[in-house]
Structure formats: C-alpha cells, structure tokens
Design a protein around this ligand. Sequence first.
Ligand code: ATP
Length: 210
Amino acid sequence: MIEIDLSHRLDAFRLDVKFSSTAQVTALSGPSGAGKTTILNAIAGLIRPERGRISVSGRVLTDIASGRVVPRHKRRIGYVFQDARLFPHMSVLSNLTYGRRRAGASTPVEPVVELLGLGDLLKRKPRNLSGGEAQRVAIGRALLADPALLLLDEPLSSIDEARRAEILPFLKKLPESAGVPILYVSHSTDEIAKLAGAVIHIEAGKVVTK
Ligand SMILES: Nc1ncnc2c1ncn2[C@@H]1O[C@H](COP(=O)(O)OP(=O)(O)OP(=O)(O)O)[C@@H](O)[C@H]1O
C-alpha cells in the first residue's frame, strides 16, 4: 500500500495531491508538466515536500508535520529513470551488483538475471546494449537493492515500438515474481491497460478523477 499526501511548489508550479493504492502496479498518468516526476522525486526522497506525508507498506518515509524525513539511501526505493543511467565503465554484472552492495542487500543475483533475461549480457558494457536491454539492466539493478517500492519514470519512452514489445512482458511479471509493488509513470494508455491495476491521473498538479 502506498499513501501519498503532499504539497510542493516549484516556482510557479503548485503540486497538491492525495491518493493511495493497494495495486501491485499503479500507473501515474497525465500530460507533460502535470507533476508526475515531482511525485516520484518526493517518494524517493530527492525533494522534501513543503507539506505532507508519504508511507509505503506502512512505513512512514516523510511526515513533514512531525519532522520525520527518512534519508534517501534508507528509503528502500528503487528508481528507474527514463534513460537507464547505467555506469558506462562497468559491465552489466557490475552494474547489477552495484545497487545491491550499496544497499547492503543480499538478494540473489541469479533469479533477477533470469527474470529479466539478462544471462547473455552480463559481460557487456552498457554502450553495447539496445535501449530495451539497458532498461532491463536498470530495472535489475534497482531490484537487487531489495526495494520496498519500485518507481519507474516512463521507462519505455526512449525505446522504439519493437523494443517496447520486448520489455513489456518483463514488466508485467515483475511485481508477482519479485514481490515488489511498482509505481509507474506512463503517457501510453496501451501500456497502462496492459500493466496497471490502478491509475492515478494527474493534471496541473492535482489528482483528477476520470
Ligand atoms: N526545478 C524546478 N524548478 C522549477 N520548476 C520545475 C522544476 N522541476 C520541474 N518544474 C516544473 O514543475 C512542473 C511539473 O514537472 P514534472 O517534471 O513533475 O512533470 P511531469 O508530469 O513529470 O512531466 P513529463 O511527463 O513531461 O515528465 C512542470 O511545470 C515543470 O516545468
């Protein structure tokens, strides 16, 4: 269960949202500039909202009123950005185990490699991966840090149609096989229909009921 109630201002932009979800995959949809990434950044602890409360699976990560703001490295939030942001000098395997070492997690590597179909890629450098493969590695790296919630910010937006079809099945089976709920930003109604159990629609910094 994720419970979000926050307000934040970025210059002229005002975010005021309240929602909760018990779905395994929750989609955040809405037009460009609506505030979706700002919500993910607040959950990940990259920004401190002016007001509000964020809890994930009963654990309070942010509660401005009581002064509780868990530092980002202790949040157990996996964050996968639009571009994979892998370490270019490291092999796929080193990229995968980096998050795990950093989080002090002991998640076994093999099931994640299998789940995401990375077995043949482990020795490669990121420059030798397709966009879809790189995103799968980024998701694997986030999963191996044993997150309580996985944030995916349009993970397929920089990937062409053919490669999207390649990665969608992996995303679909992720919550059940990895046991990690997902909050997923997407503009694509098709993707949302295929993946999400709940949809939160954001427009101009507010939750809109459709
Ligand atoms: N650091 C910042 N300073 C000022 N305004 C910002 C800053 N970051 C974002 N904004 C503004 O806040 C609003 C929300 O941005 P945000 O990135 O959360 O939207 P989004 O819904 O994720 O958009 P997109 O789908 O295009 O990624 C936008 O109007 C954006 O211009």
